[in-house]
Design a binder for this molecule. Structure first.
Ligand SMILES: Cc1cc2nc3c(=O)[nH]c(=O)nc-3n(C[C@H](O)[C@H](O)[C@H](O)COP(=O)(O)OP(=O)(O)OC[C@H]3O[C@@H](n4cnc5c(N)ncnc54)[C@H](O)[C@@H]3O)c2cc1C
Length: 366
């Protein structure tokens, strides 16, 4: 019986796991190699309002903008999606990290910063504690404990510009298999005077720095950015598929967040699934310690709740990644003609695409 948990990595997933474990009375230490958590900021902060509620994070003071729509661009066509209610918040990622850190510590977790955990240290910690690998896209915990590879990564690059934005309630997504293979490019109003521009490209097929230079040179971006100076930029990566295994009950190792590849294959968003997984992992560890249930309950719970949606996200990503942008553009025209834009506006869910499909079969187009 183990009543101690070592979490490697204090990103959102590790900190939510720490909060949940400590609040269940389980002795928890979170280790991070960074001296200051949450910096440098290399990721965006578009998170569905439903997902934020589910995460249990008191996120309100990190909100910098509210989104209710998206414009999908491909092959010269645009689909407008406009929900009646706000669907997502844009959060300041450093502030979000500070809130999660406070919540984990307040619940009783100990956070040790500035300590990179090596394989040898993992083995030492492993002797008397359960290990939670929350160490991000290139997880050393997953490698060290033989949890199998992540099959696909995308490389990202993002930049910010101080500009006045006419419609700060909508995000623009650009699909073009040749320019942005594997994912897409985006323009997101982080605030009404702060525009984020970014790209995600398949790690084996393109260079994210060159892709963003091409994107910034596009007419639609030039019109928005004008002569404004780039104020922040940086590269990162996103795991686009979940690992085959996210728990090893015999070794007492669990993976959460990007370490597990718990990311939406359509957009690369990982905060909602990573937080949900962290909560489930904490529950499974609690049940293991208090009544001997297998830690594999964690993976069962996660796949039962999110497995079909993760597969749908992956299938949608496969479709748009394989089609020429002209073909996606034609599909957009047909979908607009059939009223799919209104249907998606009304019933779409950023995190759970299966809901849209269920509603489609239940109601047909409206
Ligand atoms: C450009 C970009 C845009 C994105 N946009 C969105 C978005 O709009 N919405 C959304 O939901 N998601 C988005 N994501 C994804 C989201 O940022 C990630 O899914 C999320 O941050 C993953 O959190 P995590 O805690 O699993 O991992 P991370 O945030 O990567 O945290 C891992 C932590 O582990 C630490 N660590 C690693 N190795 C060790 C070690 N050996 N010892 C000690 N510490 C270690 C690291 O220092 C780090 O702090 C985006 C990602 C990128 C790159």
């Amino acid at each position: 019986m183990h009543s101690k948990v070592s979490i490697i990595g204090a990103g959102t997933a590790g900190l939510v796991a720490g909060r949940e474990l400590a609040s269940r009375g389980i002795g928890t230490v979170i280790y991070d190699q960074k001296k200051e958590l949450g910096v440098p900021v290399r990721a965006s902060g578009i998170i569905s309002i439903n997902g934020l509620k589910m995460s249990g994070i008191a996120y309100e003071s990190a909100v910098t903008n509210t989104l209710r729509g998206a414009r999908i661009h491909a092959g010269g066509r645009i689909m407008h999606i406009n929900a009646r209610e706000p669907v997502a918040k844009v959060l300041d990622r450093k502030r979000l990290s500070d809130i999660c850190e406070y919540e984990a510590e307040h619940a009783g977790a100990k956070i040790t910063k500035g300590r990179r955990i090596t394989g040898q240290m993992m083995d030492r910690l492993h002797k008397d504690s359960i290990i939670v690998g929350a160490d991000g896209a290139v997880s050393n915990v997953a490698t060290h404990f033989g949890m199998g590879p992540v099959e696909r990564y995308v490389l990202t690059y993002k930049a910010e510009f101080n500009v006045d934005i006419d419609d700060p309630g909508s995000v623009d997504l650009f699909f073009d298999k040749r320019a942005f293979p594997g994912l897409f490019a985006w323009m997101c109003p982080n605030a009404k005077d702060l525009l984020e521009v970014g790209v995600g490209v398949d790690s084996g097929k393109a260079n994210s720095k060159k892709a963003i230079e091409r994107f910034i040179a596009m007419k639609e971006v030039k019109e928005m950015v004008g002569s404004a100076k780039m104020i922040d930029n940086g590269a990162s990566m996103i795991p686009l598929r979940m690992r085959k295994r996210i728990v090893d009950p015999d070794k007492r190792v669990l993976l959460v967040g990007d370490a597990a590849g718990q990311v939406k294959g359509t957009t690369g968003g990982g905060i909602v699934y990573g937080s949900a997984a962290a909560i489930m992992a904490a529950q499974a560890i609690h049940d293991n310690i208090s009544n001997g249930k297998s830690l594999s309950e964690y993976e069962k719970m996660f796949r039962k709740r999110y497995g079909s949606d993760l597969r749908l996200h992956t299938s949608i990503n496969r479709i748009y990644s394989s089609l020429e942008s002209r073909t996606v553009g034609r599909m957009i025209s047909v979908m607009n003609f059939l009223g799919m834009d209104s249907f998606i506006s009304k019933y779409g869910d950023m995190d759970l695409p299966s809901l849209l499909i269920k509603r489609f079969f239940l109601r047909g187009l409206v």
